[in-house]
Design a protein around this ligand. Structure first.
Ligand code: NAD
Ligand code: UDP
Length: 335
């Protein structure tokens, strides 16, 4: 298929592009490089053995999106482009609604005008807020507890409303748990600008000696070791799910909402220990107070993804840490 990937030079989008290209799809990336670099395109090509087309652009530019959809004869869209930092979303709510909701609206308008009816959307487990129980399945109540989460909730609702109105429209809403790891080649991975917000890139930078210690946010949660528990999912597994969701939309001609996680929870201390094994170094850490807005535990019931897509995570926490460490080491050497 001829596919448009918005945010395709970003962390998850770049891995999805590599997977889609390897399956024979034609990929056009639109990214404004707000949180990624143009040289990712070469690295995607090196991994996949085929080049994506790259267009520097902003998804909020409806006319530009329409021109891409028509000009490239696009048949389906994978929509990753978004701002994603929860703390920043409290500081700049308007920027988050504008980019994430406004960007999705402009894209959806352009898709309607160009009669493009297939969409795979990057949602997040953050739509569950503080889940009443874990593992959390797709029927759990959704609550947006911060502006970023609300942009995902709103976009999910907009997509559902379009799907109920336009009979030909098919969307896959994918709720990611905690994406981690990197491509095993060491060529693709996460490039946080400034201080990483997420645990695994922070741990990787401490392991590399770029930061002095990991701050463990809270040791008094009602979890086995008192630290927060999350469902870390290897980005390569996550990427594969996008291709499989797209195939589902084409095959089944129905919409889809699924959790993408491993179904297993790991604490902050579990992650640090696994990373120590992967890099063969001791990782200094310090217990500090809870980070505001964090929940004690969140992990997926990922059975629907297996039932509908035949997808399940193959790579565990050890591989996530090994691949993240390889990426960290090569990135430090490259920069
Ligand atoms: P990322 O920042 O690495 O990638 C997002 C890409 O979108 C970047 O390359 C950025 O330059 C681009 N972008 C942002 N706004 C744009 C715009 N208006 N027009 C064009 N390009 C734009 O983030 P990621 O981790 O790869 O996340 C991808 C998607 O997955 C996002 O929608 C994010 O909300 C969602 N998600 C991420 C996580 C996570 O922890 N990484 C978890 C759940 C959901
Ligand atoms: N965390 C931590 N120190 C950090 C970053 C994160 O202790 O420097 C904890 C955080 O409190 C949570 C887990 O690690 O329990 C995962 O956090 P992350 O920000 O990676 O993902 P989230 O689940 O918050 O989206």
């Amino acid at each position: 298929m001829r596919l448009l990937v918005t945010g395709g030079t970003g962390f998850i989008g770049s891995h999805a592009c590599a997977d889609l290209l390897a399956r024979g799809h034609e990929v056009t990336i639109v990214d404004n490089l707000a949180n990624s670099r143009a040289d990712v395109v070469e690295r995607i090509a090196a991994v996949a053995g085929r080049r994506p087309r790259f267009i520097m652009g902003d998804v909020r530019d409806r006319d530009a999106m329409l021109a891409v959809l028509r000009g490239q004869g696009i048949e389906g869209v994978l929509h990753f482009a978004a701002l994603k930092a929860v703390a920043e979303s409290w500081e700049k709510p308007l920027a988050y609604y504008d980019n994430n909701v406004g960007g999705s609206l402009a894209l959806l308008h352009a898709m309607q005008e160009a009669s493009v009816d297939l969409l795979v959307f990057s949602s997040s487990a953050t739509v569950y807020g503080d889940p009443e129980h874990c593992p959390v399945d797709e029927t759990a109540p959704r609550r947006g507890t911060n502006p970023y989460a609300r942009t995902k909730l709103m976009t999910e609702d907009i997509i559902a409303d379009i799907a109920s109105q336009r009979r030909t429209f098919r969307a896959a809403t994918l709720r990611y748990f905690n994406p981690a790891g990197a491509h095993p080649s060491g060529l693709l991975g996460e490039e946080p600008s400034g201080v990483p917000n997420n645990l695994m890139p922070y741990v990787a930078q401490v392991a590399a000696g770029e930061r002095s210690e990991v701050q463990v946010f809270g040791g008094d949660y009602p979890t086995p070791d008192g630290t927060g528990v999350r469902d870390y999912i290897h980005v390569v597994d996550l990427a594969r799910a996008h291709s499989e969701a797209l195939e589902y939309l084409v095959r089944e001609q129905r919409c889809l909402t699924v959790n993408l996680g491993t179904g297993r929870g790991y604490s902050v201390l579990d992650v640090i220990t696994a990373f120590e094994r992967a890099c063969g170094r001791t990782i200094p850490r310090k217990l500090v107070p809870r980070r505001s807005g964090d929940v004690a535990a969140c992990y997926a019931d990922a059975s629907r993804a297996f039932e509908l897509l035949g997808w399940r995570a193959r790579l565990g926490i050890e591989r996530m840490c090994e691949d993240a460490w390889r990426w960290q080491s090569r990135r430090a050497a490259r920069d």
